[in-house]
Design a protein around this ligand. Structure first.
Ligand code: ZN
Length: 559
Protein backbone atom coordinates (compact mmCIF):
# COMPACT_ATOMS: atom_id res chain seq x y z
CA UNK A 1 0.00 0.00 0.00
CA UNK A 2 1.54 3.25 -1.03
CA UNK A 3 0.68 6.66 0.25
CA UNK A 4 1.33 10.21 -0.69
CA UNK A 5 4.41 11.38 -2.49
CA UNK A 6 6.14 13.74 -0.13
CA UNK A 7 6.69 16.25 -2.90
CA UNK A 8 3.04 17.20 -2.91
CA UNK A 9 3.17 18.46 0.61
CA UNK A 10 1.94 22.01 0.98
CA UNK A 11 1.85 22.72 4.72
CA UNK A 12 3.83 21.15 7.47
CA UNK A 13 0.70 20.01 9.26
CA UNK A 14 -1.26 19.18 6.14
CA UNK A 15 -0.89 16.05 4.10
CA UNK A 16 -0.55 16.55 0.35
CA UNK A 17 -3.51 18.39 -1.05
CA UNK A 18 -4.37 19.59 -4.47
CA UNK A 19 -2.57 22.87 -4.95
CA UNK A 20 -4.69 25.90 -4.26
CA UNK A 21 -6.62 26.84 -7.32
CA UNK A 22 -6.67 30.53 -6.62
CA UNK A 23 -6.34 32.34 -3.36
CA UNK A 24 -9.54 32.89 -1.45
CA UNK A 25 -10.26 36.29 0.02
CA UNK A 26 -9.50 36.28 3.71
CA UNK A 27 -12.57 35.90 5.86
CA UNK A 28 -14.92 37.37 3.31
CA UNK A 29 -18.43 36.06 3.88
CA UNK A 30 -18.61 34.82 0.32
CA UNK A 31 -15.78 32.42 0.83
CA UNK A 32 -17.11 30.75 3.94
CA UNK A 33 -17.35 27.37 2.40
CA UNK A 34 -17.90 25.27 5.45
CA UNK A 35 -21.01 27.17 6.38
CA UNK A 36 -22.27 27.68 2.85
CA UNK A 37 -23.12 31.18 3.94
CA UNK A 38 -23.39 33.83 1.27
CA UNK A 39 -22.67 31.61 -1.72
CA UNK A 40 -22.46 33.61 -4.90
CA UNK A 41 -24.77 32.54 -7.69
CA UNK A 42 -23.36 29.87 -9.93
CA UNK A 43 -23.36 29.83 -13.69
CA UNK A 44 -25.28 26.68 -14.55
CA UNK A 45 -23.46 23.91 -16.27
CA UNK A 46 -19.96 24.92 -15.27
CA UNK A 47 -19.81 24.46 -11.55
CA UNK A 48 -17.51 27.43 -11.49
CA UNK A 49 -17.46 29.72 -8.50
CA UNK A 50 -14.97 32.49 -8.91
CA UNK A 51 -15.93 33.84 -5.55
CA UNK A 52 -14.77 30.58 -4.03
CA UNK A 53 -11.54 30.65 -5.91
CA UNK A 54 -12.38 28.12 -8.57
CA UNK A 55 -11.52 28.43 -12.18
CA UNK A 56 -12.17 25.69 -14.63
CA UNK A 57 -9.44 23.32 -15.60
CA UNK A 58 -6.89 24.68 -13.16
CA UNK A 59 -4.68 22.84 -10.83
CA UNK A 60 -4.87 19.40 -12.31
CA UNK A 61 -1.27 19.08 -13.27
CA UNK A 62 0.52 17.13 -15.96
CA UNK A 63 -1.12 13.84 -15.03
CA UNK A 64 -4.23 15.02 -16.84
CA UNK A 65 -2.87 13.84 -20.14
CA UNK A 66 -2.61 10.32 -18.82
CA UNK A 67 -6.11 10.54 -17.48
CA UNK A 68 -7.35 11.51 -20.91
CA UNK A 69 -5.59 8.73 -22.74
CA UNK A 70 -6.84 6.16 -20.28
CA UNK A 71 -10.29 7.69 -20.54
CA UNK A 72 -10.37 7.31 -24.29
CA UNK A 73 -8.86 3.84 -24.05
CA UNK A 74 -11.54 2.81 -21.61
CA UNK A 75 -14.23 4.30 -23.77
CA UNK A 76 -13.14 2.35 -26.83
CA UNK A 77 -12.83 -0.80 -24.77
CA UNK A 78 -16.36 -0.36 -23.51
CA UNK A 79 -17.74 0.47 -26.90
CA UNK A 80 -15.81 -2.37 -28.44
CA UNK A 81 -17.63 -4.86 -26.28
CA UNK A 82 -20.91 -3.16 -27.05
CA UNK A 83 -21.30 -2.27 -23.42
CA UNK A 84 -21.86 1.43 -23.55
CA UNK A 85 -23.49 2.80 -26.64
CA UNK A 86 -21.70 5.74 -28.19
CA UNK A 87 -23.08 9.03 -26.98
CA UNK A 88 -22.22 12.21 -28.75
CA UNK A 89 -21.69 14.18 -25.57
CA UNK A 90 -18.69 14.62 -23.34
CA UNK A 91 -18.59 15.78 -19.76
CA UNK A 92 -19.42 19.49 -19.74
CA UNK A 93 -19.12 20.22 -16.04
CA UNK A 94 -16.12 21.46 -14.13
CA UNK A 95 -13.63 19.86 -11.84
CA UNK A 96 -12.42 21.00 -8.48
CA UNK A 97 -10.16 20.14 -5.62
CA UNK A 98 -11.30 17.43 -3.27
CA UNK A 99 -12.81 19.09 -0.21
CA UNK A 100 -11.53 18.93 3.34
CA UNK A 101 -13.68 17.77 6.25
CA UNK A 102 -14.45 20.44 8.82
CA UNK A 103 -15.57 19.88 12.39
CA UNK A 104 -16.97 22.54 14.67
CA UNK A 105 -15.50 23.54 18.02
CA UNK A 106 -17.68 20.94 19.70
CA UNK A 107 -16.61 18.23 17.25
CA UNK A 108 -19.79 18.16 15.12
CA UNK A 109 -19.53 18.02 11.32
CA UNK A 110 -19.79 21.23 9.26
CA UNK A 111 -19.83 21.63 5.49
CA UNK A 112 -16.53 20.47 3.92
CA UNK A 113 -14.35 23.34 2.72
CA UNK A 114 -11.79 24.01 0.01
CA UNK A 115 -8.20 23.03 0.86
CA UNK A 116 -7.07 26.62 0.34
CA UNK A 117 -9.58 27.75 2.90
CA UNK A 118 -8.39 25.04 5.29
CA UNK A 119 -4.78 26.18 4.88
CA UNK A 120 -5.87 29.72 5.59
CA UNK A 121 -7.74 28.75 8.75
CA UNK A 122 -4.80 26.67 9.94
CA UNK A 123 -2.35 29.46 9.18
CA UNK A 124 -4.39 31.96 11.18
CA UNK A 125 -4.65 29.59 14.08
CA UNK A 126 -8.43 29.43 13.83
CA UNK A 127 -8.40 25.69 13.27
CA UNK A 128 -6.40 22.64 14.24
CA UNK A 129 -5.79 19.39 12.40
CA UNK A 130 -8.14 16.80 13.83
CA UNK A 131 -7.07 13.94 11.58
CA UNK A 132 -4.50 13.52 8.84
CA UNK A 133 -6.26 11.03 6.56
CA UNK A 134 -8.97 11.71 5.54
CA UNK A 135 -7.79 15.24 6.20
CA UNK A 136 -10.04 16.85 8.80
CA UNK A 137 -9.74 20.17 10.57
CA UNK A 138 -11.55 21.38 13.66
CA UNK A 139 -12.49 25.01 14.09
CA UNK A 140 -11.50 26.55 17.38
CA UNK A 141 -13.92 29.44 17.39
CA UNK A 142 -17.28 28.24 16.12
CA UNK A 143 -19.83 25.72 17.33
CA UNK A 144 -22.42 23.90 15.24
CA UNK A 145 -25.17 26.14 16.59
CA UNK A 146 -23.38 29.22 15.24
CA UNK A 147 -22.92 27.72 11.77
CA UNK A 148 -25.13 27.23 8.81
CA UNK A 149 -25.06 23.67 7.56
CA UNK A 150 -26.86 22.72 4.36
CA UNK A 151 -26.10 19.05 4.55
CA UNK A 152 -24.56 16.70 2.01
CA UNK A 153 -25.59 13.42 0.43
CA UNK A 154 -23.58 10.25 0.65
CA UNK A 155 -23.77 8.17 -2.54
CA UNK A 156 -22.52 4.61 -2.59
CA UNK A 157 -21.81 2.28 -5.50
CA UNK A 158 -21.03 -1.15 -4.03
CA UNK A 159 -18.79 -3.47 -6.00
CA UNK A 160 -17.10 -6.79 -5.42
CA UNK A 161 -13.50 -5.55 -5.51
CA UNK A 162 -14.05 -1.92 -4.67
CA UNK A 163 -16.83 0.37 -3.49
CA UNK A 164 -17.16 3.98 -4.54
CA UNK A 165 -18.39 6.59 -2.10
CA UNK A 166 -19.08 10.19 -3.04
CA UNK A 167 -20.17 13.12 -0.93
CA UNK A 168 -22.23 15.56 -2.96
CA UNK A 169 -24.30 18.64 -2.42
CA UNK A 170 -27.37 19.36 -4.47
CA UNK A 171 -28.82 22.80 -5.05
CA UNK A 172 -31.91 23.95 -6.86
CA UNK A 173 -31.03 26.63 -9.35
CA UNK A 174 -32.87 28.49 -12.06
CA UNK A 175 -31.62 27.94 -15.61
CA UNK A 176 -31.82 30.37 -18.55
CA UNK A 177 -35.50 29.67 -19.12
CA UNK A 178 -36.27 30.22 -15.45
CA UNK A 179 -37.06 26.57 -14.84
CA UNK A 180 -35.77 25.03 -11.63
CA UNK A 181 -33.07 22.45 -12.14
CA UNK A 182 -30.99 20.46 -9.70
CA UNK A 183 -27.23 20.76 -9.93
CA UNK A 184 -25.08 18.19 -8.19
CA UNK A 185 -21.53 18.86 -7.11
CA UNK A 186 -19.06 16.23 -6.02
CA UNK A 187 -17.22 17.27 -2.87
CA UNK A 188 -15.20 14.25 -1.80
CA UNK A 189 -14.66 10.93 -3.57
CA UNK A 190 -13.47 7.84 -1.76
CA UNK A 191 -12.72 4.45 -3.22
CA UNK A 192 -12.83 1.61 -0.72
CA UNK A 193 -10.83 -1.43 -1.80
CA UNK A 194 -11.98 -4.70 -0.27
CA UNK A 195 -9.90 -7.69 0.71
CA UNK A 196 -12.51 -10.40 0.18
CA UNK A 197 -10.09 -12.50 -1.87
CA UNK A 198 -7.47 -12.41 0.88
CA UNK A 199 -10.04 -13.38 3.48
CA UNK A 200 -11.19 -16.27 1.34
CA UNK A 201 -7.60 -17.42 0.92
CA UNK A 202 -6.94 -17.22 4.66
CA UNK A 203 -10.06 -19.22 5.45
CA UNK A 204 -8.99 -21.91 3.00
CA UNK A 205 -5.54 -21.98 4.55
CA UNK A 206 -7.04 -22.39 8.02
CA UNK A 207 -9.26 -25.19 6.80
CA UNK A 208 -6.17 -26.87 5.34
CA UNK A 209 -4.33 -26.69 8.67
CA UNK A 210 -7.33 -28.16 10.48
CA UNK A 211 -7.66 -30.99 8.03
CA UNK A 212 -4.01 -31.84 8.43
CA UNK A 213 -4.18 -31.79 12.23
CA UNK A 214 -7.25 -33.96 12.16
CA UNK A 215 -5.64 -36.64 10.07
CA UNK A 216 -2.26 -36.40 11.81
CA UNK A 217 -3.25 -36.19 15.46
CA UNK A 218 -6.83 -37.50 15.82
CA UNK A 219 -6.72 -40.19 13.25
CA UNK A 220 -9.06 -42.69 14.94
CA UNK A 221 -11.49 -40.26 16.49
CA UNK A 222 -15.09 -40.79 15.37
CA UNK A 223 -16.46 -38.07 13.12
CA UNK A 224 -18.27 -35.35 14.94
CA UNK A 225 -22.01 -35.30 14.21
CA UNK A 226 -22.90 -32.67 11.70
CA UNK A 227 -25.19 -30.61 13.92
CA UNK A 228 -23.88 -27.17 13.04
CA UNK A 229 -26.31 -24.67 11.63
CA UNK A 230 -25.78 -21.23 10.28
CA UNK A 231 -27.76 -18.37 11.73
CA UNK A 232 -30.34 -16.67 9.53
CA UNK A 233 -28.90 -14.09 7.22
CA UNK A 234 -25.43 -15.67 7.36
CA UNK A 235 -23.00 -14.41 4.77
CA UNK A 236 -19.60 -15.88 3.92
CA UNK A 237 -16.84 -13.95 5.75
CA UNK A 238 -15.48 -12.46 2.54
CA UNK A 239 -18.90 -11.01 1.69
CA UNK A 240 -19.64 -9.93 5.24
CA UNK A 241 -16.37 -8.05 5.27
CA UNK A 242 -17.60 -6.14 2.21
CA UNK A 243 -20.78 -5.12 4.04
CA UNK A 244 -19.01 -4.34 7.32
CA UNK A 245 -16.24 -2.18 5.90
CA UNK A 246 -18.65 -0.23 3.72
CA UNK A 247 -21.00 0.48 6.61
CA UNK A 248 -18.08 1.38 8.83
CA UNK A 249 -16.67 3.83 6.28
CA UNK A 250 -20.13 5.32 5.76
CA UNK A 251 -20.41 5.76 9.52
CA UNK A 252 -17.10 7.61 9.55
CA UNK A 253 -18.24 9.84 6.69
CA UNK A 254 -21.35 10.68 8.71
CA UNK A 255 -19.09 11.66 11.60
CA UNK A 256 -16.90 13.94 9.51
CA UNK A 257 -19.55 15.48 7.23
CA UNK A 258 -23.17 16.58 7.76
CA UNK A 259 -24.73 13.70 5.82
CA UNK A 260 -28.48 14.15 5.57
CA UNK A 261 -29.34 11.29 3.25
CA UNK A 262 -27.73 8.19 1.83
CA UNK A 263 -28.24 7.00 -1.75
CA UNK A 264 -27.14 3.51 -2.62
CA UNK A 265 -27.15 1.43 -5.76
CA UNK A 266 -28.93 -1.64 -4.46
CA UNK A 267 -30.03 -3.69 -7.41
CA UNK A 268 -28.25 -4.22 -10.67
CA UNK A 269 -31.43 -4.13 -12.76
CA UNK A 270 -34.68 -2.42 -12.13
CA UNK A 271 -37.19 -4.90 -13.47
CA UNK A 272 -39.96 -2.32 -13.31
CA UNK A 273 -38.04 0.09 -15.51
CA UNK A 274 -37.44 -2.66 -18.04
CA UNK A 275 -41.22 -2.60 -18.55
CA UNK A 276 -41.23 -5.84 -20.46
CA UNK A 277 -44.24 -5.57 -22.74
CA UNK A 278 -43.64 -2.12 -24.16
CA UNK A 279 -42.02 -1.95 -27.59
CA UNK A 280 -38.48 -0.69 -27.60
CA UNK A 281 -37.84 2.32 -29.74
CA UNK A 282 -34.86 2.20 -32.05
CA UNK A 283 -33.10 4.82 -29.97
CA UNK A 284 -33.70 2.79 -26.85
CA UNK A 285 -32.07 -0.27 -28.30
CA UNK A 286 -28.92 1.61 -29.15
CA UNK A 287 -28.61 4.18 -26.41
CA UNK A 288 -30.84 6.46 -24.55
CA UNK A 289 -33.53 5.96 -22.04
CA UNK A 290 -33.50 4.38 -18.63
CA UNK A 291 -35.52 1.36 -19.74
CA UNK A 292 -33.14 0.74 -22.63
CA UNK A 293 -30.06 0.93 -20.42
CA UNK A 294 -31.58 -1.44 -17.89
CA UNK A 295 -32.32 -3.99 -20.59
CA UNK A 296 -28.84 -3.69 -22.06
CA UNK A 297 -27.09 -4.24 -18.74
CA UNK A 298 -29.42 -7.11 -17.90
CA UNK A 299 -28.74 -8.84 -21.20
CA UNK A 300 -24.99 -8.27 -20.99
CA UNK A 301 -24.91 -10.01 -17.63
CA UNK A 302 -27.31 -12.75 -18.63
CA UNK A 303 -25.44 -13.67 -21.81
CA UNK A 304 -22.04 -13.15 -20.25
CA UNK A 305 -21.06 -10.41 -22.69
CA UNK A 306 -20.87 -12.88 -25.56
CA UNK A 307 -22.74 -13.50 -28.79
CA UNK A 308 -25.49 -16.04 -28.18
CA UNK A 309 -24.96 -17.70 -31.58
CA UNK A 310 -21.16 -17.92 -31.90
CA UNK A 311 -19.86 -17.08 -28.38
CA UNK A 312 -17.78 -14.20 -29.74
CA UNK A 313 -16.58 -11.83 -27.02
CA UNK A 314 -14.94 -8.45 -27.18
CA UNK A 315 -16.91 -7.42 -30.26
CA UNK A 316 -19.82 -4.98 -30.54
CA UNK A 317 -23.01 -6.76 -29.56
CA UNK A 318 -26.48 -5.96 -30.78
CA UNK A 319 -29.78 -6.80 -29.17
CA UNK A 320 -31.34 -9.52 -31.28
CA UNK A 321 -34.95 -10.68 -31.26
CA UNK A 322 -35.28 -14.48 -31.22
CA UNK A 323 -38.63 -14.18 -32.88
CA UNK A 324 -38.25 -11.17 -35.18
CA UNK A 325 -40.47 -8.21 -34.60
CA UNK A 326 -41.53 -8.35 -38.23
CA UNK A 327 -43.06 -11.72 -37.42
CA UNK A 328 -44.84 -10.53 -34.31
CA UNK A 329 -42.03 -11.09 -31.82
CA UNK A 330 -42.30 -9.08 -28.62
CA UNK A 331 -39.76 -6.91 -26.81
CA UNK A 332 -39.94 -8.91 -23.61
CA UNK A 333 -36.51 -9.76 -22.24
CA UNK A 334 -37.36 -13.45 -22.76
CA UNK A 335 -37.35 -12.76 -26.51
CA UNK A 336 -34.05 -10.87 -26.52
CA UNK A 337 -30.50 -12.16 -26.86
CA UNK A 338 -27.17 -10.56 -27.65
CA UNK A 339 -25.63 -11.19 -31.07
CA UNK A 340 -22.46 -10.00 -32.73
CA UNK A 341 -22.94 -7.90 -35.86
CA UNK A 342 -22.23 -10.69 -38.41
CA UNK A 343 -24.59 -13.13 -36.66
CA UNK A 344 -27.21 -10.44 -36.25
CA UNK A 345 -27.09 -9.62 -39.96
CA UNK A 346 -26.96 -13.25 -41.03
CA UNK A 347 -30.04 -13.99 -38.98
CA UNK A 348 -31.90 -10.94 -40.25
CA UNK A 349 -35.62 -11.54 -39.93
CA UNK A 350 -35.37 -15.33 -39.81
CA UNK A 351 -36.96 -16.95 -36.78
CA UNK A 352 -34.40 -18.59 -34.52
CA UNK A 353 -35.75 -22.11 -35.14
CA UNK A 354 -34.97 -21.81 -38.86
CA UNK A 355 -31.69 -19.91 -38.40
CA UNK A 356 -30.35 -22.59 -36.06
CA UNK A 357 -32.05 -25.57 -37.76
CA UNK A 358 -28.68 -27.19 -38.45
CA UNK A 359 -27.43 -26.65 -34.85
CA UNK A 360 -30.15 -28.16 -32.64
CA UNK A 361 -28.00 -28.27 -29.47
CA UNK A 362 -27.21 -24.58 -29.72
CA UNK A 363 -30.91 -23.85 -30.28
CA UNK A 364 -31.89 -25.88 -27.22
CA UNK A 365 -29.25 -24.12 -25.11
CA UNK A 366 -30.46 -20.67 -26.15
CA UNK A 367 -34.10 -21.51 -25.58
CA UNK A 368 -33.26 -22.91 -22.15
CA UNK A 369 -31.13 -19.95 -21.08
CA UNK A 370 -33.58 -17.37 -22.34
CA UNK A 371 -36.27 -18.65 -19.98
CA UNK A 372 -33.99 -18.82 -16.93
CA UNK A 373 -34.08 -15.75 -14.71
CA UNK A 374 -30.81 -14.33 -13.49
CA UNK A 375 -29.80 -16.18 -10.30
CA UNK A 376 -26.37 -14.61 -9.95
CA UNK A 377 -27.93 -11.20 -9.81
CA UNK A 378 -30.15 -12.40 -6.98
CA UNK A 379 -27.15 -13.62 -4.98
CA UNK A 380 -25.35 -10.35 -5.60
CA UNK A 381 -28.45 -8.50 -4.51
CA UNK A 382 -28.52 -10.40 -1.19
CA UNK A 383 -25.28 -8.69 -0.16
CA UNK A 384 -26.62 -5.36 -1.26
CA UNK A 385 -29.75 -5.85 0.80
CA UNK A 386 -27.64 -6.49 3.86
CA UNK A 387 -25.65 -3.37 3.08
CA UNK A 388 -28.83 -1.31 2.89
CA UNK A 389 -29.97 -2.73 6.22
CA UNK A 390 -26.62 -1.84 7.75
CA UNK A 391 -26.78 1.70 6.42
CA UNK A 392 -30.26 2.17 7.81
CA UNK A 393 -28.81 1.85 11.31
CA UNK A 394 -26.91 5.11 10.73
CA UNK A 395 -30.10 7.07 11.32
CA UNK A 396 -30.21 8.74 7.91
CA UNK A 397 -32.87 8.10 5.28
CA UNK A 398 -31.52 5.52 2.82
CA UNK A 399 -32.68 5.61 -0.80
CA UNK A 400 -32.04 2.61 -3.03
CA UNK A 401 -31.54 2.88 -6.79
CA UNK A 402 -30.73 0.53 -9.62
CA UNK A 403 -27.43 0.09 -11.40
CA UNK A 404 -29.03 0.73 -14.75
CA UNK A 405 -30.06 4.18 -13.59
CA UNK A 406 -26.51 4.90 -12.42
CA UNK A 407 -25.14 3.93 -15.81
CA UNK A 408 -27.80 5.97 -17.55
CA UNK A 409 -26.86 9.05 -15.51
CA UNK A 410 -23.16 8.46 -15.97
CA UNK A 411 -23.24 8.09 -19.74
CA UNK A 412 -25.64 11.00 -20.13
CA UNK A 413 -23.21 13.18 -18.17
CA UNK A 414 -20.33 11.94 -20.34
CA UNK A 415 -18.40 10.50 -17.40
CA UNK A 416 -16.00 7.58 -17.54
CA UNK A 417 -16.33 4.34 -15.64
CA UNK A 418 -14.81 4.32 -12.18
CA UNK A 419 -16.38 3.36 -8.89
CA UNK A 420 -16.25 6.93 -7.67
CA UNK A 421 -17.85 8.37 -10.81
CA UNK A 422 -20.51 5.68 -10.53
CA UNK A 423 -21.12 6.69 -6.93
CA UNK A 424 -21.43 10.30 -8.05
CA UNK A 425 -24.10 9.26 -10.56
CA UNK A 426 -26.20 7.18 -8.15
CA UNK A 427 -29.70 8.45 -7.60
CA UNK A 428 -32.36 10.48 -9.30
CA UNK A 429 -31.01 12.91 -11.87
CA UNK A 430 -33.53 14.14 -14.39
CA UNK A 431 -31.06 15.20 -17.08
CA UNK A 432 -33.77 15.49 -19.70
CA UNK A 433 -35.11 18.52 -17.84
CA UNK A 434 -31.65 19.98 -17.25
CA UNK A 435 -30.40 18.40 -14.02
CA UNK A 436 -26.66 17.93 -14.19
CA UNK A 437 -23.50 17.00 -12.37
CA UNK A 438 -21.47 20.19 -12.55
CA UNK A 439 -18.35 19.38 -10.59
CA UNK A 440 -16.31 16.37 -9.68
CA UNK A 441 -13.35 16.14 -7.33
CA UNK A 442 -10.09 15.63 -9.23
CA UNK A 443 -8.53 13.62 -6.47
CA UNK A 444 -9.82 10.35 -5.08
CA UNK A 445 -8.88 9.03 -1.67
CA UNK A 446 -8.19 5.31 -1.92
CA UNK A 447 -8.96 3.47 1.29
CA UNK A 448 -7.63 -0.05 1.14
CA UNK A 449 -8.75 -2.59 3.70
CA UNK A 450 -5.50 -4.09 4.97
CA UNK A 451 -6.60 -5.83 8.14
CA UNK A 452 -4.84 -5.51 11.47
CA UNK A 453 -2.38 -8.35 11.21
CA UNK A 454 -2.78 -11.96 12.12
CA UNK A 455 -3.00 -13.92 15.34
CA UNK A 456 -0.66 -16.58 14.01
CA UNK A 457 2.82 -16.21 15.48
CA UNK A 458 4.46 -18.53 13.00
CA UNK A 459 4.77 -17.69 9.34
CA UNK A 460 4.86 -20.82 7.19
CA UNK A 461 6.58 -21.22 3.88
CA UNK A 462 4.55 -22.34 0.92
CA UNK A 463 4.77 -26.00 1.99
CA UNK A 464 3.41 -25.25 5.45
CA UNK A 465 6.72 -25.61 7.34
CA UNK A 466 7.58 -22.87 9.82
CA UNK A 467 9.58 -20.14 8.16
CA UNK A 468 9.87 -17.55 10.89
CA UNK A 469 8.50 -16.99 14.35
CA UNK A 470 7.04 -13.61 15.16
CA UNK A 471 7.40 -11.80 18.45
CA UNK A 472 4.51 -11.84 20.95
CA UNK A 473 4.17 -8.09 20.73
CA UNK A 474 2.99 -6.16 17.72
CA UNK A 475 4.65 -2.92 18.71
CA UNK A 476 8.35 -2.39 18.16
CA UNK A 477 10.10 0.84 19.16
CA UNK A 478 6.77 2.66 19.28
CA UNK A 479 5.47 1.62 15.89
CA UNK A 480 2.93 -0.96 14.74
CA UNK A 481 2.57 -2.34 11.24
CA UNK A 482 0.11 -0.12 9.40
CA UNK A 483 1.05 3.18 11.01
CA UNK A 484 1.30 6.17 8.72
CA UNK A 485 4.71 7.73 9.28
CA UNK A 486 6.99 10.39 7.92
CA UNK A 487 10.61 9.39 7.45
CA UNK A 488 13.53 11.77 7.16
CA UNK A 489 16.43 9.93 5.59
CA UNK A 490 19.69 11.79 6.21
CA UNK A 491 21.89 10.09 3.64
CA UNK A 492 21.96 7.40 0.99
CA UNK A 493 19.92 6.52 -2.04
CA UNK A 494 16.65 7.38 -0.28
CA UNK A 495 17.82 10.66 1.26
CA UNK A 496 14.88 13.04 1.76
CA UNK A 497 11.46 13.12 3.37
CA UNK A 498 8.97 10.33 2.75
CA UNK A 499 5.46 9.59 3.90
CA UNK A 500 4.07 6.09 3.90
CA UNK A 501 2.78 3.03 5.64
CA UNK A 502 5.20 1.22 7.86
CA UNK A 503 5.75 -2.48 8.34
CA UNK A 504 7.65 -3.12 11.56
CA UNK A 505 10.49 -5.47 12.37
CA UNK A 506 11.60 -6.54 15.84
CA UNK A 507 15.11 -5.16 15.36
CA UNK A 508 13.87 -1.63 14.72
CA UNK A 509 14.84 -1.55 11.06
CA UNK A 510 11.32 -0.98 9.73
CA UNK A 511 10.17 -1.22 6.16
CA UNK A 512 8.48 1.81 4.62
CA UNK A 513 6.30 1.66 1.52
CA UNK A 514 6.05 4.84 -0.54
CA UNK A 515 4.89 5.61 -4.07
CA UNK A 516 8.52 5.49 -5.19
CA UNK A 517 9.22 2.09 -3.66
CA UNK A 518 9.96 0.22 -0.47
CA UNK A 519 13.03 0.73 1.66
CA UNK A 520 14.29 0.19 5.18
CA UNK A 521 14.24 2.93 7.80
CA UNK A 522 15.72 3.00 11.27
CA UNK A 523 12.98 3.79 13.80
CA UNK A 524 14.91 6.88 14.96
CA UNK A 525 14.34 8.52 11.57
CA UNK A 526 10.55 8.12 11.79
CA UNK A 527 7.82 10.36 13.04
CA UNK A 528 4.27 9.13 13.59
CA UNK A 529 1.63 10.84 11.43
CA UNK A 530 -1.36 8.68 12.21
CA UNK A 531 -1.90 5.37 13.96
CA UNK A 532 -2.87 2.43 11.77
CA UNK A 533 -6.61 1.76 11.75
CA UNK A 534 -6.83 -1.32 9.54
CA UNK A 535 -6.79 0.69 6.32
CA UNK A 536 -4.07 1.93 4.03
CA UNK A 537 -4.51 5.31 2.38
CA UNK A 538 -3.43 6.64 -0.99
CA UNK A 539 -4.70 9.06 -3.59
CA UNK A 540 -5.24 8.89 -7.29
CA UNK A 541 -6.41 11.30 -9.93
CA UNK A 542 -10.01 11.04 -11.02
CA UNK A 543 -10.71 9.97 -14.57
CA UNK A 544 -11.67 13.32 -16.07
CA UNK A 545 -12.85 13.10 -19.66
CA UNK A 546 -12.45 16.64 -20.89
CA UNK A 547 -11.03 16.69 -24.41
CA UNK A 548 -12.13 20.29 -24.87
CA UNK A 549 -9.96 21.66 -22.11
CA UNK A 550 -6.21 22.04 -22.34
CA UNK A 551 -4.14 20.92 -19.39
CA UNK A 552 -2.66 23.78 -17.42
CA UNK A 553 0.80 23.63 -15.89
CA UNK A 554 0.84 22.83 -12.25
CA UNK A 555 1.54 25.78 -10.03
CA UNK A 556 4.66 25.72 -7.96
CA UNK A 557 3.96 24.45 -4.48
CA UNK A 558 4.55 26.98 -1.76
CA UNK A 559 5.99 24.61 0.77
ZN1 ZN B 1 -21.98 -14.19 -33.37
Amino acid sequence: MTTFPAGEQTHQAVLPQQPALESVGADTPGSRDETARGHPATARGTGRKHGRGETDGRGTGPRRRHAETSASAMETAENGSGDVPTHGHAYTGGIGASRVFVLSKDGRPLMPCHPARARELLGKGRAVVARQVPFTIRLKDRTLAESEVDGVQLRIDPGSKGTGLALTDEKKEADEQGATVTVRRGLISVELQHRGDQIRMCMQQRAGYRHRRRSANCRYRAPRSNNRTRPGGWLPPSLRHRVDTTVSLARRMCRYAPVTEIHIERVAFDTHAMSAGRPLTRAEQQQGTLAGTEIRSYLLTKWNRACAYCDATGVPLNIDHLRPRSRGGSDRVSNLVLACVPCNQAKGSTPVEIFLAHRPDRLAKILRQVRTPLHDAAAMNATRWRLTEGLETLGRPVHAWSGGRTKWNRTAMGLGKTHTLDALSVGCLDHESGDAIVRLPVQVLIVKATGRGSYARTTPDRFGFPRLRRARTKQHFGYVTGDLVRAVMPTGKWAGTWTGRISVRAMGQHSLTTTAGRFNVRYRNLRLVQRGDGYGYATRQELVPSPSRKPVERRANSS
